[in-house]
Every structure is written in C-alpha cells, then in structure tokens.
Design a protein around this ligand. Structure first.
Ligand SMILES: [Zn+2]
Length: 290
C-alpha cells in the first residue's frame, strides 16, 4: 500500500522506529488529516513542493501536534503561520520573560515536572537539556541523541532550567549542538566509548553536587533510529533538494537519526537528507516492502 502526503514532522517509537508525520486531504478536500507513516522496511520517495506549507501547531496540554486549520501557504523563511504560532503558544525563552508574557497553556506546561538530562551524540559531543516529563523520549530522539541519562527530575521548568544553567557553566557543557557537528558524529559514532564518556560525566556531576543518583540508567536510543549497527565504512552522499528545479530523492529506508534520513541506493551507497529543513515543503511517498 502506498502512503502519501505532505511531511510536516517526524517521530520515533522505541520499538517500531521512525515515522513521518504527514498531512493528507480529507475526502471533501476541505481540511487536512494528520497521520503517521512508519518508515522501516519501506521504499521512500521525496519530492520537493513549489510552495512552503504551514506545518501546524502543538496542543501543549495534550502533547499532540495538529495540522494547520487554515492550510496556509507561507514564506519559505518560516515553518508555521502566525495563527499556528499563537495556537501553540510556546516560547522557548520563557526563563528570561515575565510570566505575564507567556500563554496560559505554557504557564500550565512549565509547571509540570521537568527532567534535566545529558544527551550524547558522540564521545566529545554531550549536551545538557531540559524536557517536560511527558516529552523526554520525544525530545531526545527528535534531536538524534544516541545515548542519554537523566540527571534529575525537578518540580517545574524554572527549577530545571536553573540546574541546566549551573551544569552548563560548571561542567562547560553546551545546551545546543550544531547540525554540522551532529553529522560528523553520526559517521564516527562509537557506542561503547561514548557510553564511557557520558557515564564518567554523570558520575562527576553526582560527586560534585548534592544531586542524588536517582536515575543511574544510560538509555541507548538507537533502536528508535535504525536496525543497523554502524555507519562506519558507509559511503554517504548528502542531498540538497531544490525548490526551483523540482527535484526528488528515493531509496530504501536505512536509518533516521533525529532529522537526518538515510536512504539506501541501488549501488548500496546511502543518500542522506536533513528532513527538518524541508518540513512543510515535501510530498513523501512511502511503500512498505512486506
Ligand atoms: Zn498554520
């Protein structure tokens, strides 16, 4: 069966792997319906669209994303229309803003318990971050973290943010990892070495602070991305699709790590694409091979 639609997001499941989040027209062609298409064992075709569509909004209270109610075509500089931006009502810079500047949905969301986590993309690439307790797995996988561990669980986003800032400054950790360094880390990733680095950092944090080691476990997130062990030795070509030239890409699903999708070509090489860059701007066709 062929699934097709505008790709507006991606998600991961620890057991069944990655999914495209796509919007398709309803039978009356009056609105979009959001659906998830699994990528494992699929042949995938990606065609760039001439227009950028709004990728929709997030209902913070339910932690679900929904299609743009107005099916807006927007400037290619944006991913969401103004209406959807207001509907989501989330400002990531909440910690430097007055509470009166935040939406009611975000105030409520910020008051939920938040994890402070360490996410490793490679042995020299470990960041600290925060995630609402209902979104931890989602937050780690959408960034493409390979290994992760929880430092602490705090009663709200403000206290989590404060601990995150302390860890950033004391242990010289980034709260952001660039696309370029993530790509480099994927190619050279070595799991056991990276595990040693993240465990070592975690132990150092625990020993130098008053934080109890309530979450000793290091999560291996690779099952959410791929069934293949390693990219070492693979020949990878990074593809840029062009809106002007009506370009397309196809191949068999190999892996999806965060927003980076790898498709196997007939000559066994891998074509890689940063899906995040094209959300709302590509039509995807997915056919499962069994
Ligand atoms: Zn919209």
């Amino acid at each position: 069966m062929l699934h097709a639609g505008i790709c507006n997001g991606f998600e991961f499941d620890a057991k069944s792997g990655p999914f495209f989040v796509v919007d398709i027209q309803d039978d009356q062609l009056t609105h979009w319906i959001r659906t998830r298409i699994p990528l494992r064992r699929a042949k995938i075709n990606i065609a760039v669209l001439s227009q950028q569509y709004c990728t929709g909004y997030c209902q913070l209270s339910e932690n679900v994303t929904l299609p743009c109610p107005q099916r807006k075509i927007i400037s290619e500089r944006f991913k969401v229309c103004w209406h959807c931006f207001k509907l989501t009502g989330f400002n990531p810079a909440f910690h430097i803003l007055e509470k009166s500047a935040l939406s009611t949905a975000q105030l409520h969301y910020n008051n939920k318990p938040h994890y402070v986590y360490l996410a490793a993309f490679g042995k020299d690439l470990i960041k600290v971050g925060i995630a609402c307790h209902v979104r931890l797995f989602q937050r780690l996988t959408e960034q493409g973290a390979r290994l992760a561990t929880v430092v602490d669980l705090l009663p709200d986003a403000y206290q989590a943010r404060k601990l995150e800032e302390t860890l950033q400054s004391v242990f010289v950790l980034p709260d952001r990892v660039t696309r370029k360094s993530k790509i480099k880390a994927i190619i050279t990733y070595e799991k056991e070495q990276t595990r040693q680095y993240i465990e070592c950092l975690k132990n150092e944090i625990i020993s130098k602070s008053s934080i109890k080691n309530t979450f000793p476990y290091v999560y291996d997130l690779d099952d959410a991305y791929t069934t293949h062990n390693s990219f070492v030795g693979s020949s990878i070509e990074w593809i840029r699709l062009s809106r002007q030239h009506d370009t397309a890409l196809s191949g068999y699903f190999y892996a999806m790590i965060g927003g980076f999708l790898f498709l196997q070509q007939p000559d066994q090489t891998l074509a890689a694409i940063d899906i995040h860059r094209y959300l709302g701007n590509i039509q995807v066709y997915v056919r499962h091979t069994n």
